[in-house]
Design a protein around this ligand. Structure first.
Ligand SMILES: Cc1ncc(C[n+]2csc(CCOP(=O)(O)OP(=O)(O)O)c2C)c(N)n1
Length: 515
């Protein structure tokens, strides 16, 4: 057994079933090792930003890591932006990055680079394998590291000679520890705050935004004066009819500050106190008011769901039925074609259990509103602000869902161009993803931010830097060129027909919505 084989077999034994890959010469033994290892699926991405984004989407749905296979420093570097997003999502990911053979490194060949330097800022764990005897054990440790609660990126660098040399040993899986225990004193402090009748906000992230955590939070909210909230961009939230609804923090600085202003106490569950996405001249960056007391019920590495349940019990709400969203969709098709019309149509036709990958940008707000009372679904959002995440996250989510759940990807046209190759992987793997491109032919948010930052008047050159209309992107041709059936629509009626038809069929589809 050569080193790469012991690595891949160890990954499989440790529960890693999928490798999202974009290989090169230094990874050829990994390629054959994957080929010869039952239980490991490989999914090719045509750009490393697609590969790493797919691993993120997969992890959010499968709740365990996939591996990535990346080609030396430049391959990893191409994938960094979506590793940044994955890090912000606390997604477990195991990167396997090939390197030159150890005896080749000192020659400074063209692809030699500081791989550790590229890996460090996004990785919670980085290691370079040194010997075929130990690379299996390295792989087991990488999986364990990736699964350190709530999840992180582990990067294992694999020199080509370690991969190709005989003597590999498969390592047994290592213990995966769940979340750390919560602190009873924090539960008591939060209970006192809720009982006091003061205005309490509970801000949640991670496990707390799945059904069990939401139900516990909903029980808490039957007492006192409580508002349930989630971060503007959560890795995953379970939403829709039958679920406890939470309010999403507003994106813009002044709206965030206004939204938080009336809180006497902010209870943090698995997240951090909110700050504004950007600084603006003369505007605050901190989200809460000076008078707001901040309590941590449980940190991200702790058992947030257990803490919420303990809080609900402490408040005597064992038999309380939390308020849940009722199924309600708006039948209005209307004449105006915008994000709201699109959102209403999506809500009408979204199947139960669907997964929404949301990078809708300025046009996505309409879907947020409409989907709150649609069929129960999971929503995955752009956690790190680095655009070009939605398409690959949707693709990886569809791999994890394995055909059992419809995936709907809502995407701005600007962001979608960053990782457009995702469509090719969707076609090749016949993934059940419907992509809606909001074709406003603009970096619309930046036109808004241009005003808000006070950057001064926009001349022709400034406007051109934010405009995508010349030439207009033809999404039907772009998708068709990658094997994905697509249609362009510019009326609510046409969107209704296209989206309902996509929901009735399986396989990848794209709808270019000219808004
Ligand atoms: C990697 C990266 N590059 C650039 C940006 C800056 N940026 C933020 S939003 C945006 C444009 C988004 O356009 P689109 O996806 O079409 O959405 P719209 O704003 O038009 O709704 C850009 C370029 C970013 N956030 N991330």
């Amino acid at each position: 057994m050569y080193g790469a084989q012991s690595l891949v077999r160890t990954l499989v034994d440790s529960g890693v079933e999928v490798t999202f890959a974009n290989p090169g010469t230094s990874e050829m033994h990994l390629v054959t090792a994957i080929d010869s290892t039952p239980g490991m699926r490989s999914v090719l991405g045509l750009f490393e930003g697609v590969v790493t984004g797919m691993a993120d989407g997969y992890a959010r749905v499968a709740e365990k890591p996939a591996a990535t296979l990346l080609h030396l420093g430049p391959g990893l570097a191409n994938g960094l932006a979506n590793l940044h997003n994955a890090r912000r999502a606390s997604s477990p990911v195991v990167n396997i990055v090939g390197d030159h053979a150890t005896h080749h490194l000192h020659l400074d060949a063209p692809l030699a680079s500081d791989i550790v330097g590229f890996a460090r800022p996004v990785s919670g764990w980085v290691h370079t394998a040194t010997h075929p005897l130990t690379v299996g054990a390295d792989a087991a440790r990488a999986v364990q590291a990736a699964r350190q609660w709530p999840g992180q990126i582990a990067t294992l660098i694999l020199p080509a000679d370690v991969a190709w040399t005989e003597g590999g040993v498969v390592a047994p899986p290592l213990e995966v520890r769940g979340p750390a225990a919560f602190d009873a004193a924090c539960v008591a402090a939060a209970a006192t705050a809720v009982r006091s009748g003061r205005k309490v906000g509970i801000l949640m992230r991670g496990e707390a935004l799945k059904e069990r955590g939401l139900t516990a939070a909903g029980r808490v909210a039957t007492v006192g004066n409580v508002r349930l909230m989630c971060d503007t961009f959560s890795p995953r939230i379970q939403k829709g009819a039958g679920r406890v609804a939470v309010q999403r923090l507003p994106y813009f600085a002044e709206q965030l500050v206004e939204f938080m202003a009336d809180l006497d106490v902010l209870v943090i569950v698995g997240t951090k106190p909110p700050v504004t996405f950007f600084a603006y001249p003369g505007k605050p960056s901190w989200g809460t008011a000076d008078h707001t007391e901040i309590l941590h019920l449980a940190h991200a590495h702790q058992d947030t769901v257990g803490a919420l349940e303990a809080l609900a019990d402490e408040l005597g709400t064992a038999s309380a039925s939390p308020d849940v969203a009722e199924w309600r969709v708006d039948d209005t098709v209307g004449d105006k074609f915008d994000g709201f019309a699109i959102g209403r149509a999506i809500a009408r036709h979204l199947p139960e259990g669907a997964i929404i990958a949301d990078e809708g940008g300025t046009a996505g707000g309409g879907s947020q509103v409409a989907l709150a009372t649609a069929a129960p679904h999971d929503a995955l959002s752009l956690t790190g602000g680095s655009i070009g995440q939605g398409l690959p996250v949707a693709t990886g989510a569809a791999v994890a869902a394995n055909g059992d759940r419809k995936v709907v990807c809502l995407h701005g046209d600007g962001g979608a161009m960053y990782t457009v190759q995702s469509l090719w992987t969707q076609a090749r793997e016949n993934l059940d993803v419907t992509t809606v491109i909001f074709a406003n032919r603009s970096y619309a948010i930046l036109n808004i931010e241009l005003q808000r930052t006070g950057a001064g008047p926009a001349g022709e050159k400034a406007r051109a830097m934010l405009d995508l209309s010349n030439p207009a992107l033809d999404w039907v041709q772009i998708a068709g060129g990658m094997g994905v059936e697509a249609v362009r629509v510019d009326t609510p009626q046409a969107f209704e027909a296209a989206f309902s038809s996509a929901m009735a069929q399986r396989g990848p589809r794209l709808i270019e919505a000219v808004v």
